[in-house]
Design a protein around this ligand. Sequence first.
Ligand code: HEM
Length: 397
Amino acid sequence: MMSEIIVERAPRSDIDPYEDNVLLDPWPMYDRLRDMGPAVWLDKHNMFALTRYDSVLAALQNDAAFPSRFGVMMNEEMNQVLRGNTLCSDGDLHNMLRKVVIKPLTPAALKSLQDEVDLEAERIVERLVDRRTFCAATQLATHLPLTIVSNAVGLPEEGRERMMEWSIGMFNCFGPANGRMRDSLPVLDELMTYARTQAVPGKLKPGSWAEAIHDAAARGEVPPEAVPVMMIDYMGPSLDTTIFGIVNGVWLFANNPDQWDRIVADQSLIPSAVNEILRMEAPIQDFGRYVAKDYNMDGVLLPEGSRVIAYYGAANRDPRKFADPDRFDVSRNAAGHLAFGAGPHMCVGMNLAKLEMRSIFKSLARRVKRIRIVEEQRALHNILRGFSSLTVEVEPL
Ligand code: HEM
């Protein structure tokens, strides 16, 4: 019944954004949907696609109309699983949880990690550049998240080893109920069981971020029943997102050698280059939202009870916001990109992710004249954008 009303009033499309070939090259689809209107009904998924910058921003900033507590995923099964964690909560509960999760991730708190991150970046880049040929996905981009971040999160050993696979599987479950989502359900079950039974006091590294969540619950700062799902706030997004951010940057620089020359000549461009990498190739392409009350999205009625998908990746290439949006320009002011979201749920880990990315590209810029791609394999994933392998050959300075 509801979909009949929607269909009458909204532009609609039979595009499936989650088909293999569309996931591998989503940009033409985003262009089409953006041109069709501020919100487009996807017949295949019974949800609205938001692809314009202003539409995505409006939804992310308005948590009264677009709350997160009913889940931010594109299938109901998954929307039940993470209910009540930081990502999937609103209002007072969200503020309470976010305050605890963000504590080790503020710029001030991260100062203590900066030297270690720089040292490890120098170490891995020196070693790989000496070899000339290496995999930028599995050997370079994974290094900082796997050595420093997983140690700081503080899971017991076997958990650290599984964290990458868990997070890839978990994010596939954020997508619509397709084959990729269903294939990942066993991995999700394993992750949730681990969070409940192993990520517990006595087994976690003393002083770690995960242990701090249990400590906060013991002090009454967060409800005890929220603790297992809060573990996912660290276990889910802390590795693959940053890994894909780094490898996407290597791919962009290999394909735009003139931009790499600018970085080598002037390393003060690295912070803006990192924003530009995230704008061009958002590691998380999209999350969803529930529509809690009828909402007029720039002339398109989104009825109460419907769902929208906010495409960060499409918003970041909206020509209404960014001139010549498909051009990679390291001196562009891309700070308004939505790769970390916006509004009350804006990524708590963004300062850490940017710190890791800046550090890797700083070390590379000191040693590498040119990056050439030998072989590339894109990760085929419902939500994440990056590479499962990217073999590169580097020419030292
Ligand atoms: C390049 C790397 C990263 C990207 C692209 C990214 C992207 C995002 C996005 C788009 C959101 C907003 C979700 C929404 O609108 O509902 C988000 C939220 C979040 N991110 Fe990240 N993230 C990254 C790294 C990290 C890291 C390193 C951590 C943890 C150490 C982290 C932890 C979180 C948490 C806990 C939230 C939920 C915040 C809330 O709901 O208040 N992220 N992230």
